[in-house]
Write a protein of this length. Structure first.
Length: 365
């Protein structure tokens, strides 16, 4: 099972500020209009004589530019911030950036880069991994370095839960004509307006033990994924995990799972069109589960999204994607009392381990 955690992210004013910084023209006074933000820069070509002002009546924008000021250590930059009343007696905040004449020095270099660094820090700790693409025979045809971000929760006794930042974006969910089963159609676009977090690995037995105080698995091993877990059990785990950490954990929606599994790919597997036992634990090639993280990750830095163990999703079973949500949320209306599983397992064929494969079973099974 995997757990998804919504990402609070940065609110809209930051993206507006980034747009504003991109649009600055340092030779012409201008006013940049946004839907709910009016920023007026008064700037002159001679930075050694006159300051640059960014003024707004939206207080949410101020911390972002102030972060840039704190992060900018250039000796020729002088930042300060103040607030007051404008001509209509409305509260406004002004961020002032005075520049000495330095070749190549502009407001974007001083502010946008520190803001980018702040945004990356907020995603979590960076980790590096290798992304493998396979050819038609399932043999690795290319390798490249990948980068992602994770946040960890301490579960006690040296056990931690690693949650990976999944970026916002869009993808085509389901299978095209000629691939898979009818329940995987119609293929449709799903868009995630906000990023979210998903478990780096399937929940391990040591993590389950730390939260639930038991281990129902048949193939024992602390780093192996927990198995013989029903949908009701998985929901109960998320509830207890939320209580233990003070954060809200839940099962991912089916759309979140497939989006995270594909990680920007459109092939049957995130490796390519074919898999082999060198890439995935499937078709009883080993005859049991394996430790999480043994096989290569996808481009989002997630491991074992194909094979090893089936992973529960929050959604009821519907039988097809007619009228399915397009925003990535769990499809809670209609459907049966059964729940969706994704990813295949160690004992299933390759076709059942595809990114789009969805099966159903009872909540208590």
């Amino acid at each position: 099972m995997n757990n998804a955690l919504p990402d609070p992210g940065h609110n809209n004013p930051q993206s507006q500020l980034n747009d504003f910084l991109q649009s600055l023209d340092t030779d012409t006074p201008q006013t940049v209009q946004h839907s709910d933000l009016n920023l007026t820069p008064n700037h002159l070509p001679d930075y050694s004589q006159q300051p640059n002002f960014i003024q707004t009546n939206q207080p949410d924008i101020v911390p972002y530019f102030s972060q840039a000021a704190r992060a900018d250590s250039h000796q020729n930059h002088d930042w300060h911030q103040r607030s007051g009343l404008d001509s209509d007696h409305q509260q406004v905040w002004t961020v002032n950036s005075s520049y000495a004449t330095v070749p190549g020095c502009d407001i974007q270099a001083a502010a946008a880069e520190p803001l980018r660094r702040e945004e990356e820090v907020s995603k979590g700790k960076e980790f590096i991994f290798e992304i493998i693409t396979a050819d038609q025979q399932g043999k690795p045809s290319s390798k490249q370095s990948g980068k992602a971000y994770q946040k960890d929760d301490d579960l006690g006794n040296g056990v931690k839960l690693e949650m990976v930042h999944i970026p916002a974006g869009s993808f085509m969910m389901g299978s095209p004509s000629g691939e898979g089963n009818d329940n995987e159609r119609p293929q449709h676009q799903v868009t995630f307006a906000q990023p979210f977090y998903l478990g780096k690995y399937a929940i391990t037995q040591e993590q389950w033990q730390a939260v639930m105080g038991n281990n129902p698995s048949h193939f024992k091993g602390g780093k192996r994924p927990v198995e013989k877990v029903s949908w009701n059990d998985a929901v109960g785990f998320c509830q207890k995990l939320s209580e233990k950490t003070g954060k809200t954990y839940r099962l991912p929606s089916e759309a979140e799972w497939e989006y995270a599994c594909r990680a920007g790919t459109t092939t049957a597997f995130h490796f390519g069109e074919t898999i082999t036992p060198d890439l995935v634990n499937f078709e009883s090639s080993i005859g049991q589960t394996t430790d999480v993280g043994k096989y290569p990750p996808n481009a989002f830095g997630l491991y074992d999204m194909h094979g090893n163990v089936w992973e529960w999703c929050a959604d009821p079973w519907h039988g097809n994607y007619n009228d399915a949500p397009s925003d990535g949320s769990s499809w809670t209306t209609g459907g049966s009392d059964n729940r969706v599983r994704r990813g295949g397992s160690w004992s299933y064929d390759a076709v059942d381990c595809r990114a789009a494969t969805a099966t159903t079973t009872m909540r208590a099974s």
